[in-house]
Ligand binder design. Structure first.
Ligand SMILES: Nc1ncnc2c1ncn2[C@@H]1O[C@H](COP(=O)(O)OP(=O)(O)O)[C@@H](O)[C@H]1O
Ligand SMILES: [Mg+2]
Length: 141
């Protein structure tokens, strides 16, 4: 969070740890600040924050901790925010199943991955059993 100073433009790239509930709160605040800095509407901000929150929680709970990396990106005239949620945890054996509405291996609602996919413009999962998981999302203004 040291990379984001209140009132200043957020750093265009950065990384923060995701190891516990407090980090998830920090992550939400960081994504709020980044999207506000990009002049996302409140609805757009909320979509990205909600998706980030779900993915950060998965990183903590299922991935055994990891990090969020962010990049402010430009595609032609469109500015956007890309977020990577990374861990070196157990990985996801069946990604299609994990993306199914309502499917959970734990005690969740099974709506985190599927829900966040619907809230963003770009969504990808890269996961290897025994190596870890990276979920990448982006929203464009
Ligand atoms: N980072 C991760 N590492 C390992 N498994 C994961 C990870 N993220 C998600 N999963 C798997 O995908 C399932 C679905 O995730 P999600 O849709 O967020 O639902 P929930 O969190 O309610 O279980 C999880 O139950 C878990 O088995
Ligand atoms: Mg979840």
């Amino acid at each position: 969070m040291a990379d984001i100073l209140p009132g200043n433009a957020p750093a265009p790239v950065g990384s923060m740890p995701l190891n516990d509930e407090r980090d998830i709160v920090q992550c939400r605040a960081a994504v709020r600040q980044l999207t506000a800095g990009l002049k996302f509407s409140l609805v757009e901000q909320t979509k990205m924050i909600t998706a980030a929150s779900e993915l950060a929680r998965n990183t903590v709970i299922y991935g055994g901790g990891g990090r969020m990396r962010w990049e402010v990106v430009q595609q032609g005239v469109r500015a956007g925010l890309r977020l990577h949620f990374e861990d070196e945890g157990p990985g996801i054996p069946d990604i299609e199943q994990a993306l199914t509405d309502g499917w959970t291996s734990g005690s969740g609602l099974g709506m985190g991955l599927s829900g966040s996919r619907r809230l963003v413009n770009d969504f990808s999962i890269d996961s290897k059993v025994g190596e870890g998981t990276r979920v990448t999302i982006a929203r464009w203004k």
